[in-house]
Ligand binder design. Structure first.
Ligand code: 8YV
Length: 314
């Protein structure tokens, strides 16, 4: 009998094909995520449950003596999984680091360039037939060359964003991180980074420790010419404060791939011209998503073969 595996969302075909060879795979290909009750029930009917950022896997979902002894997370961020509850229940949890570093860093750079050069605004104008003529002052943006980029969270993705910005745009890098990392000047506080930088890109994990890390005060330090890029988690920024700062011109612009309550994006953000928005696409590259799925498959293979689980967090 093949172990029973649940995929909470649809995965790239090569990953599903690989898993189907060795496992009895069920997948949720509906457009909506599974509810907590469905996830809890799945923990008792499957040998492994594979989840994504859209699944809230709390202490009400994970329970002692559940059938699934492994939860494979398709993604690096695990703020949606209660790791303490998993530990208490003796359930393994794995994630997918490294393989999405470049894709996510590229997304941060995409948003940065797009917000700096107002390309989304220009496209919206063109598509609604409002581009009347070329003039020397039409849709003037800002250059990134020689500006200062602040990185909050100098982990793998933060370092890669810094590297690209430094090598491609000669940006000066300042960062806030608990420990010293290569690739820039480490500053003592988030506030110092917000004050020194022209552009700030967020790369800290989500969860209680970073909830509302960037609020009205920090945004004001970044200032009317400043730009905020977020490809980390929406909860890291106080979203109402961000909206107010953008509306009042206290913050120049923003590039956002993540939101506090996805897939909900506040109407106030959607109507602002000085914001570039993306629906959580950081790792949305074919090769990356396949690599992520294969990494979860590797973890399941190791688990069922009784080997050490790669990328095991719990
Ligand atoms: C993933 C992400 O696509 O890996 C992460 O933490 O935020 C995204 O890049 C998403 O989480 C899929 O679960």
């Amino acid at each position: 009998m093949k172990p029973k595996v649940l995929l909470s969302r649809k995965w790239p075909a090569p990953c599903e094909e690989r898993l189907s060879r060795d496992y009895d795979v069920t997948l949720n290909d509906a457009d909506v995520a599974l509810s907590a009750a469905e996830l809890r029930a799945a923990m008792d009917s499957y040998d492994a449950v594979c989840v994504t950022v859209t699944d809230t896997v709390g202490a009400d979902v994970i329970h002692k003596n559940q059938r699934a002894r492994i939860i494979g997370n398709f993604g690096v961020g695990v703020n949606h999984i209660d790791l303490d509850a998993a530990k208490a229940a003796g359930v393994a949890v794995s994630n997918t680091p490294d393989v999405l570093t470049e894709a996510t860093a590229d997304m941060a750079i995409t948003l940065m360039l797009s917000a700096a050069r107002r390309s989304s605004e220009g496209e919206r104008q063109l598509r609604r037939g409002a581009w009347e003529s070329w003039t020397p002052t039409h849709l003037l943006g800002r250059g990134l060359r020689g500006k200062t980029l602040g990185i909050i969270g100098m982990g793998r993705i933060g370092q890669e964003v810094a590297r690209i910005a430094q090598t491609a745009f000669s940006m000066k890098i300042v960062y806030y991180n608990r420990s010293e990392k290569p690739g820039g000047e480490r500053l003592g506080t988030v506030a110092e980074v917000m004050e020194r930088a022209d552009v700030v890109s967020l790369h800290v994990p989500g969860g209680a420790g970073t909830d509302g890390l960037i609020g009205a005060e920090e945004l004001a330090l970044l200032g009317p010419e400043g730009m905020l890029i977020n490809t980390a988690r929406g909860t890291v920024v106080d979203e109402p404060a961000l909206i107010a700062a953008l509306q009042e011109g206290k913050l120049g612009s923003a590039g956002l791939d993540v939101f506090a309550q996805e897939p909900h994006v506040p109407e106030e953000l959607r109507v602002l011209e000085n914001v570039v928005l993306a629906p959580h696409m950081g790792s949305a590259v074919v090769e990356t998503r396949v690599a992520m799925g294969m990494m979860v498959a590797d973890a399941l293979d190791a688990h069922f073969a009784g080997r050490e689980i790669p990328n095991r967090l719990v």
